[in-house]
Design a protein around this ligand. Structure first.
Ligand code: OOG
Ligand code: NI
Length: 468
């Protein structure tokens, strides 16, 4: 690569996620222990399952297996979200999806900045779940004003980060040395600061209104609050955590264990209590603590259509209605049993998921299909072509998040007192205004990927496009 060429945004994203990983491992030692457990479980799975290993090898995924898949931050004001969109765009990460967490008692709304096209996802799927605090949900007016004032005064980006974002936008990219500097400057925004920007008394007030408000408002910046590697067996990692002195949340969020994994399963270890120095504390002494940072793992499965998602949402709502996991998690088993029983109603083989239009697939012509196409005209029905063995289908993996799961992850790290009932409506338009762009609709992205694969496959088989 010549010194003058632009570094590909996917490459900048890889540099950034690896720098974040190093920083987080150094800041949160228990996260390093989680990574070791994940790596061990992944190795055991690969050793025991040759076809799993081959599949990963075929898709070029083996080398990236232990690389983080996502992180999360919480922002305080609209301008921060606006600039964050520009910063992530330099790394090929764009806002996808809108998540209203207020319905789950968390006063934020969110999006995920992530790579969108297939090639970019394959090169490095790193995403950042990004939440914006909804100040209007703070009931106490004087507290709300205080919070607003504190946030107005802060600037979470370094001057050089802004310069490099401007430069990337103006020139259409960054050269190597610029990209390196950009990553170093961006990292500053996500770093942990043990100095709060407020007194212990102010912190306590914010904390009493909602722990999340304290986490966002009282610090210099949006410290990365977790990173999340991928595991090949989430149940094994959940079970293995206590043996390594890591305290997991009570239950795994998302669907139960299945033959054909759907959507996303996640679990985390509980946030650690960290020493914080508040404004007015004597120079050396510390007088308080804050819990914010934790570690998480994820396992992803096939993306669901609107119909599949509706079924998922209904079944999950029924489970949560029947069993609410209590504070200590002593009834976690009941929840798991209920989850497994209710989800028996969700077809668990790829054929049915496809024929009932519950999930998205990528279609490719088989050699038999290509041979047959040379000999004569084929049926133009995708279903028939699959049945005849002329098209093969592979699951399209879900790349997004789940609001109920996200709320569960938030809550397990905020404590039980943190749940509030907010009456407010969701405000995607307000969020997008702050963002300065609209978010992509994730379902439309999966549908497009599926349709594009059908178009290419049918063209290769000598058939016209757009037939179902
Ligand atoms: C984000 C929680 C959501 C996930 O994986 O669902 C999330 C947060 O705690 O800020 O990261
Ligand atoms: Ni997460």
């Amino acid at each position: 690569m010549s010194a003058d060429a632009f570094v590909h945004p996917d490459e900048i994203r890889s540099m950034f996620s690896s720098a974040m990983s190093d920083m987080y491992r150094a800041e949160v030692p228990q996260y390093g222990a989680l990574l070791e457990l994940v790596a061990d479980v992944n190795q055991e799975n690969l050793a025991a399952n040759a076809s799993l290993r081959e599949g990963l090898e075929r898709n070029d995924e083996l080398g990236r297996l232990d690389v983080e898949r996502h992180g999360a931050i919480r922002l305080g004001k609209p301008e921060e979200l606006f600039t964050m969109r520009r910063l992530f765009a330099v790394m090929g990460m764009h806002p996808v999806g809108y998540y209203d967490l207020s319905v789950a008692g968390v006063p934020v709304h969110s999006t995920a900045f992530r790579p969108i096209d297939e090639g970019a996802l394959r090169r490095n799927p790193f995403r950042v779940f990004t939440s914006l605090l909804r100040l209007e949900l703070i009931e106490d007016e004087s507290l709300r004003n205080d919070a607003q004032q504190i946030l107005t005064a802060r600037d979470i980006f370094t001057a050089d980060a802004i310069k490099l974002i401007d430069l990337a936008e103006k020139n259409g990219g960054l050269k190597h040395a610029q990209a390196q500097q950009f990553v170093a400057e961006a990292l500053e925004t996500f770093r942990w600061h043990s100095d709060a920007t407020v007194s212990l008394e102010s912190y306590q007030k914010m904390h009493d209104a909602h722990r999340l408000i304290a986490d966002v408002v009282c610090f210099k910046g949006p410290h990365i609050n977790h990173l999340t590697p991928r595991t090949l067996d989430i149940d094994a990692v959940q079970k293995g955590m206590p043996e390594r002195g890591i305290a997991p949340k009570a239950v795994v969020e998302g669907p139960p264990t299945r033959n054909c994994p759907i959507l996303l399963r996640q679990t985390s270890f509980k946030a650690l209590e960290e020493q914080v120095r508040f404004v007015g504390d004597c120079a050396k002494g510390t007088s308080g603590t804050h819990t914010a940072r934790f570690g998480e793992i994820e396992q992803r499965g096939i993306a669901l259509t609107q119909k599949g998602r509706a079924l998922y949402d209904t079944l999950l709502a029924n489970v949560r209605h029947a069993v609410q996991v209590n504070a200590g998690g002593s009834n976690a088993r009941d929840y798991e049993t209920e989850l497994a029983e209710r989800f028996a109603a969700f077809p668990d083989d790829y054929d049915t998921l496809r024929t009932e239009d519950l999930a998205f697939f990528k279609y490719t012509p088989t050699n038999a299909g290509l041979d047959a196409a040379r000999e004569g005209t084929l049926s133009d029905s995708v279903t028939e072509l699959v049945d005849q063995g002329y098209l093969r289908c592979d699951p399209i993996i879900y790349e997004d998040f789940l609001p109920v799961s996200a709320a569960g992850i938030f809550q397990s790290n905020l404590g039980d007192g943190a749940q509030k009932n907010y009456q407010e409506q969701s405000h995607q338009d307000v969020f997008e205004q702050a963002l300065g762009a609209s978010v992509s609709d994730e379902l439309a992205l999966y549908a497009d990927t599926q349709q594009a694969s059908i178009d290419v496959a049918l063209t290769a088989l000598g058939l016209r496009k757009n037939v179902a």
